[in-house]
Design a protein around this ligand. Structure first.
Ligand code: NAI
Length: 341
């Protein structure tokens, strides 16, 4: 492929996050052209036609893959569909961006890696968006430059604002539970920031602070975990669905010569309100406002890597390890025991 050629891309899934990716791909990503969209829901295809003027619409994924001249697909579909849809795309000769997590099943992760190995000319990237956030990138660079000496411990949390309509309770039936759905971001970050180690032992616990109905899915609305790695480093994770104040995602990396903290004040912007209640900031409402720029950088990185034939730093192996650890955390939560990996 000529380096200058614009990539023709198709998006699959136009739900909560798919629409955001579609909007970015339509107008904000240099070198990519959104030519097709796929969803089983007619209303979502109408949205793509009416709002973004996407020229080709498909209710069937196989038909989208057969679209003439398509270079890459963006899968923003339910997690249970990811492995099979990635494999189908690779077999159709398409580059693949797929939302996190890669899968809830380790065997499926390995099937995807095996298929990807058969198509070394095609790129596959799983959307661990936080790696592409400017503050996390800066923290990573500082660690590489030795700013905190040898990093040995990460604390990382993903805490969503409480949503009283409880959509995540229904979502729990297919999400894999709080660790595979939320902490998977923190797991990926911890490995990235601590030199890509593998987990050797995990322990997890949790509570249903508000949503007792999560019991039917053996899930919790607040979970904590400890993860020990094969390079002797450790991480602790906290995930919550019930934050009163807003979306509160933060990470702290401790090293032998200092500490870095990313996002300790989850403020919406730089406006400070001083009144009879005191001095305060408004909080970010959701992950999207927090990572809006990172979602764009992530997709641009993927598109550039294809166009310039560059290696992607974030690999399928990373995504598989994140799932492996997430599964172990769930096992530990359910058994009440530490899990050796
Ligand atoms: P959603 O339920 O809002 O959207 C799913 C979409 O997939 C819908 O448009 C649905 O019509 C479509 N779909 C369902 N079956 C399909 C099929 N057979 N073929 C084509 N399309 C199909 O879900 P949401 O929240 O947008 O999540 C999608 C993925 O994105 C999940 O894997 C989730 O884990 C991930 N996600 C990642 C986030 C991040 O921070 N990176 C944040 C939110 C979600």
């Amino acid at each position: 492929m000529s380096r200058a050629r614009t990539l023709k891309v198709g998006i699959v899934g136009l739900g909560r996050l798919g629409r955001r990716h579609a909007e970015n791909l339509m107008s904000r990503v240099a070198g990519a052209e959104l030519v097709a969209a796929c969803s089983p829901l007619p209303a979502e295809l109408e949205w793509a036609r009416d709002t973004l003027q996407v020229p080709h619409l498909y209710a069937d994924y196989g038909a989208l893959l057969a679209h003439d001249g398509l270079d890459a697909v963006f899968l923003v579909t339910p997690t249970s569909l990811h492995p099979q849809q990635i494999i189908q795309a690779l077999q159709a000769g398409k580059h693949v961006f797929c939302e996190k997590p890669l899968s809830l099943d380790l065997e499926d992760c390995r099937r995807v890696s095996a298929e990807a190995a058969r198509h070394p000319q095609l790129k596959v990237m799983i959307g661990f968006v936080r790696r592409f956030d400017a503050s996390y990138q800066d923290a990573y660079k500082k660690i590489q430059q030795g700013a905190i000496g040898a990093p040995f411990m990460v604390y990382s949390q993903t805490c969503d604002q409480y949503d009283p309509d409880g959509f995540f309770v229904k979502f729990a039936a297919t999400s894999g539970g709080i660790f595979l759905d939320c902490s998977v971001h923190d797991i990926d970050l911890a490995r990235w920031l601590l030199g890509n180690p593998r987990a050797v032992r995990v322990y997890a616990g949790g509570t249903r602070a508000i949503h007792q109905d999560l019991q039917q899915f053996q899930d919790v609305d607040n979970g904590v975990a400890i993860c020990e790695f094969d390079n002797g480093k450790i991480a602790t994770f906290y995930a919550s669905r019930t934050m009163a104040h807003g979306h509160d995602t933060m990470t702290e990396i401790t090293g032998t010569a200092g500490r870095l903290t990313v996002g300790s004040n989850p403020r919406k912007n730089r406006v400070e309100i001083a009144d009879v209640h005191g001095v305060r900031n408004e909080c970010l409402p959701s992950f999207f406002e927090r990572f809006e720029d990172a979602f764009l950088t992530e997709v641009s990185t993927f598109v550039d890597a294809i166009r310039r034939e560059q290696k992607l730093e974030l690999t399928l192996d990373d995504a598989t390890e994140a799932t492996r650890i997430g599964i172990a955390l769930r096992e530990s939560l359910l058994s009440g025991q530490a899990v050796l990996l």
